[in-house]
Ligand binder design. Structure first.
Ligand SMILES: O=P(O)(O)OC[C@H]1O[C@H](OP(=O)(O)OP(=O)(O)O)[C@H](O)[C@@H]1O
Length: 113
């Protein structure tokens, strides 16, 4: 939901494909691959609240709490907590690469520095 281009976020969240049905009065579960700064989740929570969802819960495969810049956005369910390292694979990318790795790996800093 951010720029998705590198290891640093632009801080801007853009919707590339919106929901196709109204969420008013519905109980929602956001399924994330990773929560990092929390900006994407904050944006989504605010948007869905504005659209009058009855409730919103969040499940994430990975959580990187040491990188959080937005407070009060926490997942309800977490698969694994990860340290402050850039991870790829299982859908997570670096400049659109490595998404299809069948495991989650830590990107060597020399790749992106
Ligand atoms: O907590 P944040 O700092 O906002 O980061 C988390 C977001 O970043 C990633 O998306 P990304 O923008 O890389 O797009 P992608 O899912 O298309 O790879 C990931 O899928 C989360 O949605």
């Amino acid at each position: 939901m951010q720029d998705g281009e590198a290891t640093t976020s632009s801080g801007e969240v853009k919707i590339l494909k919106d929901l196709e049905s109204p969420v008013e009065g519905r109980h929602l579960l956001i399924v994330e691959d990773i929560i990092d700064t929390g900006r994407t989740l904050r944006y989504l929570m605010d948007l869905l609240k504005h659209r009058k969802a009855a409730s919103v819960k969040v499940i994430t495969l990975l959580d990187k709490p040491s990188r959080r810049v937005i407070k009060n956005v926490e997942p309800d369910y977490t698969g694994f907590e990860v340290p402050n390292e850039f991870v790829v694979g299982y859908g997570l990318d670096f400049k659109q690469h490595y998404r299809n790795l069948p495991y989650i790996g830590v990107l060597k800093p020399e790749i992106y520095e």
